[in-house]
Design a binder for this molecule. Structure first.
Ligand SMILES: C[S@@+](CC[C@H](N)C(=O)[O-])C[C@H]1O[C@@H](n2cnc3c(N)ncnc32)[C@H](O)[C@@H]1O
Length: 455
């Protein structure tokens, strides 16, 4: 059984020392439960592990509770002694730098289009630097908007990325194979815009009403024609640019006033009678060209290679071993990627109905299945001494008895016996990074670091 002794994550600049700040304290069960249910205390969260079982984690006198502790474990503590004590700790605090905004320093390719559950690029880069070396092969099987793949390429790693969603496929491939120069991108954009203009084949009667309600008819025709042209030419970069300007209330976007991340019309806030200009025709060409310029504002170049496959994690087959897996699995119980990306997915697939991916991700059973697949991939393909880093969003509900991070640890214990849990980093997600500001479900991310202990 793996044991994590006292240690910190302080291996690089900016990493906080996990030294005790208060000795000998105890935490009462009500306090622990409020942490477990997502309430915030004004002290940093720390994680203590003994063996591969997070349920043995107990309170450390110097800080509050190990967060991913199953609620029933806390209840047992409550019954027996009404308080919890530290056993042993292998905790790590998220570096303070992770809280800083990255938007003015990161590659502007990261800002092609929004993505719920997107990882901050600086966190991705830190994890890549910590747990892999230049030229290593990194695998990200839940690539989403491609944050980890792009940062891995910029850090000189090779990448195999995959995701089940076609929106993720577009964004990841847009970043892995962006045009080399702004001139190339603009020339291709002009060519594809002309091709789309020439193809007068869009019949709006075949477009579902829920899509039509977002756009002026003339804008919608132009956007659909351009999307079809990008799909025919397999131009992921320009498709991503189109999806990035699809809906918002600002003038640089194509829709009637609506939200940016998840599509909702804002016609109550901006009634048509009061704001007629927001419901006027919006030309595609100048908005697309401006978007391409924005994407190239800080375009960093790299020679490294990346491969993407649109495939579920359960169907991944690899022909070589990887040096590290760095990935953020879907949030259990919290997000529905198909529903939240429905308008962009319609432009990618032109299907009226999107299956909710709740069955896959939303329930514990589906999440556990995905984690078993991840554990098996690592057992089979992770090189000796290599690391598997999983950024696990913690959603907490009253009905939930086992936390997502615990499911991951259990899946690895059962299906990846060669891997040992080495470090847990706890990071609270600031409001600014949440998919929906008013959504209180996901409060923290547990970063679980496993290592292949074979030598
Ligand atoms: C938390 S997001 C990843 C975010 C990503 N790291 C980023 O920065 O954009 C989780 C991803 O898992 C994907 N996903 C859900 N079920 C999947 C499955 N069965 N196989 C592969 N990917 C899946 C979702 O489409 C989503 O993109």
């Amino acid at each position: 059984m793996a044991t994590v002794g006292p240690r910190t994550h302080g291996r690089g600049p900016g990493y906080a020392e996990a030294a005790p700040i208060y000795n000998g304290g105890t935490f009462y069960i009500g306090q622990l439960l409020s942490v477990a249910r997502g309430a915030e205390l004004d002290v940093p969260l720390r994680c203590m592990i003994k063996g591969n079982d997070l349920s043995t984690a107990l309170c450390h006198g110097c800080g509050p509770m190990a967060y991913p502790v199953p609620i029933q474990t806390l209840a047992a503590v409550s019954n027996s002694q009404r308080r919890a004590r530290c056993i042993e700790h292998g905790c790590a605090l998220a570096p303070p730098a992770w809280k800083c905004p990255a938007t003015s320093s990161e590659s502007t390719l990261h800002q092609l289009a929004p993505y719920i559950g997107k990882l901050k690029s600086t966190i991705a880069r830190d994890l890549i630097d910590q747990y892999s070396k230049p030229k290593n092969l990194i695998v990200d099987p839940f690539s989403g908007s491609g944050t980890i793949p792009l940062e891995a390429l910029l850090a000189g790693r090779r990448v195999i990325a995959s995701d089940v969603s076609s929106y993720a496929a577009t964004l990841t491939q847009a970043k892995l194979a962006a045009p080399p120069t702004l001139g190339d991108a603009l020339a291709t954009a002009e060519r594809l815009l002309s091709t789309a203009d020439a193809s007068q084949t869009v019949d709006l009667r075949r477009v579902p009403e829920w899509v039509r309600q977002y756009f002026h008819p003339k804008t919608l025709k132009a956007a659909i024609a351009f999307a079809r042209t990008c799909r025919a030419e397999k131009n992921h970069f320009l498709m991503a640019c189109l999806l990035g300007i699809l809906h918002h209330q600002r003038p640089g976007f194509l829709s009637y006033p609506s939200s940016h991340l998840v599509p909702y019309l804002r016609d109550r806030k901006y009634p048509r009678r009061q704001f007629p200009e927001m419901y006027a025709y919006r030309a595609l060409r100048p908005r697309l060209v401006a978007k391409v310029h924005r994407a190239f504002r800080r375009r960093q170049l790299t020679d490294a290679e990346g491969i993407f496959r649109q495939v579920s994690v359960e169907d991944i087959r690899l022909s070589e071993c990887f040096d590290a897996m760095i990935t953020s699995p879907p949030y259990m119980n919290a997000l529905d990627y198909s529903r939240d990306n429905r308008l962009r997915l319609w432009f990618l697939e032109e299907r009226s109905q999107f299956e909710s991916n709740d069955n896959n991700n939303g329930r514990a059973k589906g999440f556990i299945r995905l984690m078993i697949a991840i554990a098996r991939l690592n057992e089979r393909y992770l090189v000796r001494g290599g690391h598997c880093v999983l950024v696990v969003g913690e959603s907490v509900s009253r009905r939930q008895t086992v936390h997502p991070a615990q499911h991951v640890v259990d899946a690895f214990a059962a299906h990846a016996p060669s891997l040992v849990l080495e470090t847990v980093i706890t990071d609270s997600i600031p409001d600014i990074r949440r998919a929906r500001r008013d959504y209180r479900g996901v409060k923290t991310e547990q970063i679980l670091v496993f290592r292949n202990r074979q030598t």
